[in-house]
Ligand binder design. Structure first.
Ligand SMILES: [Zn+2]
Length: 235
């Protein structure tokens, strides 16, 4: 056995790596999520559908022009995906985002999607106060994983979240949307002008956040905007 492998085994004996999906011991070569959990993930496979039949793309029809609307997994309450996202977001496990981003990017590239027509990947930014508290934006690692496997640059600071936000709870749907639209800005319009930007987020629920990001990017001169999330919830 070559020394590095021996060392790796020794280290994993001292510090066993557990699957972040099911807490079982990881086998050598498994990366944060075990093979069994990976096989059981609820993939949407939206990228295999014609765009007109993609239910996620349909959600944006009549609202904002989105080139591709993609989500890797279905978000089901109390399911494995919720557990993984909880670890990603609240348990200091940004590596989950990177692993899922790598897997998804490879799958998209295999199917000829995004790898050759996207110029820049932009994660939805966290509110600065939340970022300071959590220490990381859970969406950055997903952007990084996608960027690595699609061979496309990503930029954490392409989109900015503006400081002032009014409480969302007392507003109606239209007011809430207007409020969200005022929350984002493009940091340097010259860096997105003429580009096809892929905006990424962890979970898509109403889609309002991604709509707002799409609008500010198009207003700043982006040629096209696509969106990709780790998971999407049914409405
Ligand atoms: Zn597992």
């Amino acid at each position: 056995m070559p020394l590095p492998a021996l060392l790796t085994d020794f280290v994993s004996l001292l510090f066993p790596q557990l699957c972040l999906g099911c807490s079982d011991l990881l086998a050598r070569g498994e990366d944060h999520i075990c093979t069994s959990c990976r096989a059981q993930l609820p993939f949407t496979d939206y990228h295999l559908l014609p765009e007109t039949e993609n239910p996620l793309a349909r959600r944006f029809w009549g609202k904002v022009p989105v080139q591709h609307a993609l989500s890797y997994l279905r978000f089901l309450r109390r399911g494995r995906v919720q557990h993984l996202l909880h670890q990603l977001k609240y348990r200091n496990q940004p590596e989950i985002g990177r692993v899922l981003g790598c897997w998804y990017g490879a799958e998209l590239a295999r199917n000829g999607l995004l790898a050759h027509d996207v110029d820049l990947i932009a994660p939805v930014p966290l509110h600065p106060r939340k970022l300071a508290k959590r220490g990381y934006n859970q969406t950055d690692s997903f952007a990084q994983g996608l960027a690595d496997s699609l061979q496309v640059p990503w930029q954490a600071e392409a989109l900015r979240r503006l400081e002032h936000t009014v409480s969302q709870t007392r507003k109606n749907r239209v007011q809430r949307w207007e409020n969200v639209a005022e929350v984002f800005a493009v940091a340097k319009p010259a860096e997105v002008a003429g580009k096809h930007v892929l905006v990424v987020d962890d979970v898509l629920t109403t889609g309002a956040t991604l709509e707002a990001c799409t609008l500010v990017l198009l207003a700043a001169g982006a040629r096209a905007v696509s969106i990709a999330t780790i998971a999407c919830a049914d409405r």
